[in-house]
Design a protein around this ligand. Structure first.
Ligand code: ZN
Length: 62
């Protein structure tokens, strides 16, 4: 049981690390090209410069 739990924990941790990196990655605003483009809420990405807002993936911007 503990072995299974450890395996599961490692998988989740790996996935979380990838998601976290996606979340923190610098992106360019599709509208003005500013690097201040980030996720403002789950599934909502917003540009801090021009205010461009777009709905996309909860954790990644596709
Ligand atoms: Zn912008």
């Amino acid at each position: 049981m503990s072995g299974l739990g450890a395996k599961y924990g490692a998988t989740v941790r790996k996935r979380y690390t990838r998601i976290y990196r996606e979340l923190k990655a610098k992106r360019n605003c599709p509208s003005c090209g500013s690097r201040r483009f980030s996720r403002s809420a789950v599934g909502v990405w917003k540009c801090g410069k021009c205010g461009y807002t777009v709905a996309s993936g909860a954790y990644t911007f596709a």
